[in-house]
Design a protein around this ligand. Structure first.
Ligand code: DX5
Ligand code: ZN
Length: 216
């Protein structure tokens, strides 16, 4: 019962023609919109914020998967819910009281995901995995699109798949960074349910077709 889902990252979209790219995703085989929020503190880059999420939500016909690369994400749970987030991803490394934050996200009416940086081992999720809707494994260091995929990701996916089965968790496994058709099949095979892809989709000649290719 493995999923093969794709969440295009708007970080690589054309911000001067965002509605065009949102329409393309609406009409494509994509499952979710992936929105990358960066604060210039947790990661060394600043992307876009709440007004952009609200604008995307007006046009998007698929769920919004919001990836918070910010410190103190617990401060903004209700704000992102109001902006239209369906799934809120917080970084393990940014949450002192992760259990409380996950409960607050779910009580606000959203799915809750925990994101792991490349150096963060999956076994740190042992005592929270049963509560999670999703785990997002970073396959690059977060902050920028267009970086190269870290090969150790496959073994992390396999370890996480084992933990999810052992704990009878419903959590989906999502992978983010350097995803292309060069690694998509192997990522699904390792146990990934959802692949995020930014530059590979938006730099291709036919993004809609590229999204379909990523689901194979
Ligand atoms: C990176 C972001 C990613 C980014 C992926 O920090 O979390 O979602 O957009 O971009 P690509 O697919 O180009 O690696
Ligand atoms: Zn992301």
């Amino acid at each position: 019962m493995m999923n093969k889902m794709v969440a295009p990252s708007l970080l690589s979209a054309d911000f001067a023609n965002l509605s065009k790219d949102i329409e393309m995703i609406n009409e494509s085989d994509a499952d979710w919109f992936h929105l990358d929020i960066m604060d210039g503190v947790f990661v060394p880059n600043i992307s876009f914020g709440i007004p952009v999420v609200e604008a995307v939500n007006k046009l998007a016909k698929k769920p919004l998967d919001v990836h918070l690369m910010i410190i103190q994400p617990e401060k903004y749970i209700n704000t992102f819910k109001a902006a239209g987030a369906d799934l809120l991803n917080v970084h393990y490394e940014a949450c002192t009281h992760l259990h409380r934050t996950i409960e607050e996200i779910q009580n606000a009416g959203m799915k809750a995901g925990v994101t792991l940086n490349p150096h963060t081992p999956v076994n740190l999720l042992e005592d929270i995995i049963d509560l999670l809707d999703l785990v997002l494994i970073m396959s690059v260091n977060p902050g920028f699109g267009g970086q190269s995929f870290i090969e150790n990701t496959y073994s992390k996916i396999e370890k996480l798949r084992n933990l999810i089965e052992k704990k009878n968790s419903k959590a989906l496994i999502e992978v983010d960074g350097g995803v292309s058709t060069a690694n998509s099949a192997q990522l699904y095979q390792a146990g990934a349910d959802v692949l995020v892809s930014g530059s590979f989709i938006f730099k291709s000649d036919n993004p809609k077709n590229t999204i379909a290719q990523l689901k194979k």
